[in-house]
Design a protein around this ligand. Structure first.
Ligand code: CP3
Length: 350
């Protein structure tokens, strides 16, 4: 039997650091509130209901991929859904960020977070993966994803978004035993969840540690790295992974270290707070890199976008292993035609 078409796609080739015809590009939050068709759908359907409807999830992502002309799809879902079957009450309160109704504030409460014994309660995500894969052009890979243990722990402890993560840090710094127990439980859950997404049809996975940048490198190494490494090392063999964090470029070599010693294709996701060439040097050229346009550039116009794309591609210097992306998710205020202009600019200029 011959390989499925996505095996030789620019995205999968770049992830394996093979030469490509054009630099692949996809965007975090490529389907979302900046799109009028998404807003229309959301008008009648609460976000959680949307996430639990595999047909709608598949439709949103497939329409978006078609409209934008990107080189990969990501499952339409959310980072925090995994916390529900682990015993947390999750709500997306009107327009604001997510809220967890019963946060784990003290070390003694950590045991309220249940071990995820199976992904049965998250079957709707696997169905969304399967339906998205089935409807997607076979030459495009599908990215599965999960939150990294630290970002999930921070949400579970803070109960929502936070400016300084002081409650999470208090627990982490004051009770290492409770912290490691919590992180271990999350790491096992995330490993199970990502492997289930791979079984359901994802070709690669991205681990989002969106909040890890609030830590310095020594604390990241001590309190976070072992758990993220255990997730990545527990993934099905040979499946490529993207490890992404924002906010602190000093963490980049450590995000790379989390891949351990296995030969799995490794991609480190980088935000805009560091130049792409400096980031790649820090990560090591034996790993692929994803990034790193500031999402705010998409609020400007196609000529500025082109200029900034050219600059990032110049820093990538034609070296195999660059996946173009934003440094973080598309902002809700972004004009959709600017996103299309970005994708066209990357394809044309690379
Ligand atoms: O990238 C995609 O298009 C796929 C879908 C996706 C969503 N969330 C949909 C979503 C992905 C990959 C995520 C990941 C996610 N969720 C992260 C990691 C990425 C990052 O941004 O750092 C985080 C931290 C979350 C948690 C989360 N979910 C927040 C903070 C919010 C509210 C703020 C916001 O940006 O809207 C959400 C809600 C959410 N997740 C929406 C979407 C489309 C908006 C919900 C709505 O329609 O109101």
């Amino acid at each position: 039997m011959s390989d499925p078409a996505w095996v030789h796609s620019p995205m999968m080739r770049a992830v394996r650091r093979e030469p490509v015809e054009w630099t692949p590009v996809w965007l975090m939050r490529q389907a979302g509130r900046y799109l009028p068709e998404y807003r229309r759908l959301r008008h009648s359907t609460p976000f959680l209901d949307l996430c639990k409807n595999p047909d709608l999830c598949a439709r949103i992502m497939l329409e978006t991929v078609e409209r934008l002309g990107v080189d990969a799809a990501i499952v339409f879902s959310d980072l925090l859904l995994i916390l529900e079957p682990m015993g947390m009450r999750l709500e997306y309160a009107g327009g604001g960020g997510p809220v967890l109704g019963n946060p784990l504030r003290m070390a003694a409460e950590v045991d309220r977070l249940l071990e995820l014994e199976s992904v049965g309660a998250l079957e709707f995500v696997m169905e969304a993966v399967g339906k998205t894969r089935a409807g997607l052009n076979p030459s495009l890979p599908l990215v599965g994803f999960a939150g990294a243990p630290f970002t999930l722990a921070a949400y579970a402890i803070e109960g929502g978004s936070s400016r300084d993560y002081r409650l999470a840090k208090r627990l982490m710094y004051s009770d290492t035993g409770a912290w490691d127990a919590l992180m271990g439980r999350l790491a096992r859950a995330v490993t199970l969840y990502l492997n289930a997404q791979i079984d359901a049809g994802a070709q690669l996975v991205q681990l989002f540690d969106s909040w890890a940048g609030c830590l310095g490198p020594d604390d990241y190494r001590r309190y976070v790295l072992p758990h993220s490494r255990s997730v990545i090392e527990g993934l099905r063999p040979d499946v490529p992974a993207i490890h992404f964090a924002t906010g602190n470029p000093a963490l980049l070599p450590l995000l790379g270290e989390a891949f351990g010693k296995k030969k799995r294709p490794a991609v480190v996701g980088v935000d805009w707070r560091i130049r792409l060439d400096d980031a790649w040097r820090a990560i090591g050229h034996d790993r692929a890199i994803q990034g790193n346009l500031d999402p705010a550039v998409l609020l400007t116009d196609p000529s500025e976008i082109r200029r900034r794309v050219k600059e990032i591609l110049r820093q990538a210097a034609g070296r195999p292993g660059h996946v173009f992306n934003l440094g973080h998710g598309v902002l809700p205020q972004t004009p959709p035609e600017n996103v299309v202009a970005l994708v066209e600019a990357v394809h044309e200029l690379s």
